[in-house]
Write a protein that binds this ligand. Structure first.
Ligand code: ADP
Ligand code: MG
Length: 610
């Protein structure tokens, strides 16, 4: 092939791919333009996750009719000129690529009235083909409507996710921008329904309330910035009592620009070390200020990532600020200390073939303050157990040992049965001590009950029996970014497992009933809190197991007795008796051991009897 210069049209379609990857990138570019235009109100409407249409309406300074066509040319920008210092750019855009890129892969209609003009103008570009600028009546500001995105780039269309996924990306983006610009009112409507709204009062707490709900906003602690320092951070972070099961609640900005940075998010998590349980994450909004020449915003085509010249300094400023407010607001609880314990050489899990080596005692994820056994949520009877072998056989954990039923009944090589145990008592309000054929056994009460409940809920689910407990009064909750989509996508499964939920406008849900096993916990902790925890855990996107299995595991986890609950000897016996009946009694649904064993032979050796 000869070397040829590509036509304008083809070249711009290729270039568009760099900035416009998906509907959320269109929203990002257009909203950033609205912000650059000084808007105080930005409304975004999307249909079908943006693949059908995206409309952005702002009240910014507008585009004069004489500049409308130029705005859509490549490298046309009002934000920098030949004399500009590329280091000290204060606007979000400056490359002049967004409008032409979008217009080359979609049908775009722009209507705008500049603040200094009495009439507005309308301009249409259809997949790169420009029309004429016409006069049109319009309020001050700009309205841009993008339809049929990527219709002329089938390859890109193929890589888009479901409408729900794309919407969730747009929601996350809007939520982040709303948190970074609390003085601008943001509004996102999806398929005619309001999805997010912030008031734009300038108070970050109001923006947090608009994005995550008032309850979370009330629990945020303001960072106290040192305004005299060259490097500083302001924003809000969650108090340790408020935490989440994933990292998507960390929002970062540098010098007014929203950024994404795993490393910086990790630095924030680290600042919470000792304040949060394992695998729990904070809600945080950190707005970092540095000298302009200390960041390079130009490393990424969509400017979503930045490079810091003095990265370590930035991290330490952020960490110091966060630890400062945390330590004045809450005492340190020494979590994670359990790691060093439990390395007794004698302990082993009976699941493993003998000689399996040391097993550290499981660190309970769900340690609760000591409380009465009255909280034990479900009483099981023998009737509750699935009787047909098939239900028992279904492997919940992907346990490698797929045994057949005969193996179980004849008692030879019992790899997934519990030995006959005589309960001695409870220690540490967490472990049941029992004597068995080959030594002393310790059973983790939470893990064991979780296993029992899991199999029960799973069996009910598979039989399509919904066990649901109506709430005396329905509860309304606000949902955080993305969670509403999770609910919409999995409404059937949620109903089937017993959650009676319905949508109720703008990111809210009404809860009318809870899964029966959760009834007790829901009346204590609140059905809303509980559902948010469950959804949070599920939105993490686990590895391997299906969403359904994780939902069931989550219901089981939250309805199980916790570590820290005192159990009577009868209750301990009851639990062991139920565990014996489980089809996979030796591990909890997350794969941690339910039981570990102190071998008699090892005891004899330790006591020098042999
Ligand atoms: P850039 O933002 O990099 O300058 P764009 O292609 O996004 O490039 O926009 C080109 C120009 O169009 C901008 O520089 C700005 O002058 C104008 N413009 C785009 N959107 C708006 C808007 N919503 N309000 C006012 N002017 C706008
Ligand atoms: Mg722009």
């Amino acid at each position: 092939m000869l070397i040829r210069v590509l036509s304008e049209q083809l070249a711009s379609r290729i270039a568009a791919g760099e900035v416009i990857e998906r509907p959320a990138s269109v929203v990002k570019e257009l909203v950033e333009n609205s912000l650059d235009a000084g808007s105080t109100r930005i409304e975004v409407q999307v249909v079908r996750g943006g693949s059908q249409s995206i409309t952005i309406v702002d009240n910014g300074q507008g585009i004069p009719p004489s500049e409308m066509a130029t705005a859509f040319e490549r490298f046309a920008t009002s934000k920098i000129d030949e004399a500009s210092d590329l280091i000290a750019i204060e606007t979000l855009g400056f490359r002049g690529e967004a409008l032409p890129s979008i217009a080359s892969v979609a049908h775009v209609e722009a209507i705008s009235r500049h603040e200094g003009e009495s009439a507005g103008s309308r301009y249409v570009v259809d997949f790169g083909k420009a029309g004429k600028v016409e006069t049109a009546g319009a309020p001050r500001g700009t309205r841009i409507e993008v339809t049929g995105l990527f219709k002329n780039v089938p390859a890109r269309l193929k890589f888009l996710g479901s409408a729900g996924r794309e919407l969730s990306r747009i929601h996350t983006l809007m939520a982040s921008l709303a948190l970074v610009y609390p003085d601008v009112s943001f509004n996102l409507t999806a398929d005619g329904r309001e999805n997010l709204r912030t008031v734009g009062s300038g108070d970050l707490r109001d923006a947090v309330a608009g994005v995550y709900g008032q309850k979370i906003a009330d629990q945020m602690l303001p960072l106290e910035p040192d305004n005299s320092a060259a490097f500083s951070v302001d924003g809000m972070v969650s108090s340790p009592s408020l935490n989440r099961s994933n990292r998507t609640y960390i929002t970062l900005a540098v010098n007014g620009r929203w950024i994404q940075s795993r490393r910086l998010a990790y630095a924030i998590e680290q600042a919470y070390h000792g304040f949060l349980p394992d695998k729990r994450f904070p809600v945080a909004i950190a707005r970092i200020h540095t000298p302009l020449d200390d960041v390079d915003a130009n490393v990424h085509p969509t400017k979503a990532e930045v490079r810091f010249l003095r990265e370590d300094l930035v991290y330490s400023v952020v960490q110091r600020a966060i630890r400062g407010v945390l330590s004045t607001s809450a005492p340190v609880h020494g979590l994670g200390a359990g790691r060093a314990a439990g390395s007794i050489g004698l302990l082993r899990s009976p699941v493993r073939p003998s000689g399996g080596g040391a097993v550290s005692s499981p660190v309970s994820p769900n340690r609760a303050p000591a409380s009465g056994f009255s909280q034990w949520p479900v009483e099981l009877t023998d009737e509750d157990w699935p009787r047909d072998g098939s239900a028992r056989q279904s492997s919940l954990l992907g346990t490698p040992a797929r045994h057949d039923p005969d193996e179980r009944s004849d008692g030879a090589t019992p790899r997934e049965t519990l030995p006959v145990l005589r309960v001695i008592g409870q220690v540490h309000e967490t472990y049941i001590v029992a004597e068995g054929p080959d030594g002393v056994y310790l059973v983790d009460q939470h893990a064991a009950h979780e296993r029992i409940t899991y199999e029960r809920v799973k069996a009910r689910f598979d039989e399509n029996v919904t066990e649901s407990q109506p709430l005396l009064e329905p509860v309304a909750i606000d949902l955080a970014p993305g969670l509403l989509t999770v609910v919409q996508e999995h409404l059937d499964e949620l109903h089937r497992v017993g959650w009676g939920v319905e949508e109720f406008g703008s990111g809210s849900l009404i809860i009318r009933s809870v899964p029966a096993p959760l009834a007790v916990r829901a009346s204590g902790d609140g059905a809303g809190q509980l559902l948010i925890r469950v959804l949070d855990e599920l939105s993490e996107g686990g590895t391997g197991e299906s969403w359904r299995d994780r939902l069931i595991a989550s219901v089981a986890c939250h309805s199980s007795i916790r570590a820290g609950q005192t159990l009577s000897i009868t209750e301990c016996r009851d639990l062991i008796r139920q565990l014996e009946k489980a089809s996979h009694p030796n591990t909890c649904p997350h794969g941690r051991p339910t039981v570990v064993q102190l071998d008699v032979n090892d005891l004899e050796r330790e006591f020098k009897r042999r």
